[in-house]
Write a protein that binds this ligand. Structure first.
Ligand code: NDP
Length: 322
């Protein structure tokens, strides 16, 4: 089968499109024929070595497809089922071996592209808004990179919960998308000081929660946007990792909370995975949550896909098709 492999950490050119063996399965494993693989920013961290993984590796943490074969201990999936999953490596390929515990069925009416787009970014937007900081009606939320994959979903879910959403994006085109997702105010953080803007918009009250996936470039100012006892949710490093921080500063700034959550910890058990993916799928089917899937790349053009994502050229979901 074809797969995208990384042997040494590096830029997009570190990925090669190769022939490798179809993965073997045993016990509770399921062999999935991938119809759509989701591209996520974390794939770029794994490729570059910011997040270290055992090499050589097949990249890709999200896929949707058809069950091709099941191990002899699999009980809830059968050959031919339409399935999706996240948090298992190896989705940038024609086939992936996925533990049954990580698979969910794609509901009728949803495509493979939608199945793939819903899992990693959808479940992330779900846990950030329902569990890390459960958004309440009337909360003021700051959401960075709001036209991105997670950003567009998180903005919509925050609005569903009744929040006032202040979004940041880098371009006018992205600003339109963030407004379309329901953002009440959109700041072009590439052009203006977002901290000053947040203070102006909130009459110096600040926000109850800042969802920051940009990291290094925004972290300190995001903290300064919080109201007393506000939540700083640092969940990504698109501009680089935050490496230095003195927790003592959280006190005088208003007894603030700081967390660095990951999807893996919030979908580790079957109950959490079913709850989060089930809500996301239902909201999509009911028309409450809109996916934006605009960027498709063949598996063989994965380097271009990563360049586009890291170059801030994409909005919403980026899909790889084997
Ligand atoms: P996005 O589609 O959001 O792409 C990243 C966006 O970040 C860009 O479009 C860009 O938007 C913004 N950005 C700001 N500064 C930079 C920079 N220097 N270089 C590149 N992009 C920049 O990606 P995803 O939806 O896949 O992921 C969003 C973030 O969420 C990532 O940081 C990812 O690691 C994190 N994440 C964390 C998870 C967790 O559980 N902790 C799970 C899933 C994602 P703009 O041009 O508007 O600034």
């Amino acid at each position: 089968m074809k797969a995208v492999r990384v042997k040494e950490y590096g830029g997009p050119e570190a990925m090669s499109y190769e022939d490798i063996d179809i993965p073997s399965i045993e016990g509770t494993d399921v062999l999935v024929k991938i119809e759509a693989a989701g591209i996520n920013f974390i794939d770029t961290y794994q490729r570059s070595g910011l997040y270290q993984i055992p090499l050589p590796a097949t990249l890709g943490l999200e896929g949707a497809g058809i069950v091709e074969e099941i191990g002899n201990e699999v009980s809830h999936f059968s050959k031919g089922d339409r399935v999706a999953y996240t948090s298992v490596p190896g989705a940038y390929a024609d086939y992936a071996s996925v533990p049954e515990a990580k698979l969910v069925h794609i509901p009728e009416g949803l495509s493979f592209n939608e199945g793939a787009a819903a899992m990693l970014q959808g479940c992330t937007a779900h846990y950030l808004s329902q569990s890390t900081y459960p958004i309440k009606e009337g909360d003021r939320c700051l959401i960075h990179a709001a036209a991105g994959g997670v950003g567009l979903l998180l903005t919509q879910i925050a609005k569903m919960a009744g929040a006032f959403v202040i979004a940041t994006v880098s371009t006018e085109e992205k600003a339109e998308l963030a407004k379309g997702a329901g953002a009440d105010e959109v700041i072009l953080y590439s052009q203006v000081d977002f901290e000053e803007e947040v203070k102006r918009i909130t009459d110096n009250q600040g926000v109850n929660v800042a969802y920051d996936s940009v990291g290094k470039a925004t972290f300190e100012k995001s903290i300064d946007c919080l109201s007393p006892r506000g939540y700083m949710v640092l969940y990504g490093n698109a501009s680089g990792p935050v490496t230095e921080f003195n927790p003592a500063t959280l006190g005088p700034k208003g007894s603030l909370f700081l967390t660095r959550p990951t999807l893996f910890a919030y979908t580790a058990d079957r109950e959490s995975l079913d709850w989060r993916s089930g809500d996301i799928f239902n909201w999509i089917v009911e028309g409450k949550l809109k996916l934006r899937i605009e960027h498709f790349f063949p598996l063989s053009e994965v380097q271009e896909a990563h360049k586009a994502l890291e170059g801030r050229k994409t909005t919403g979901k980026v899909i790889l098709t084997p």
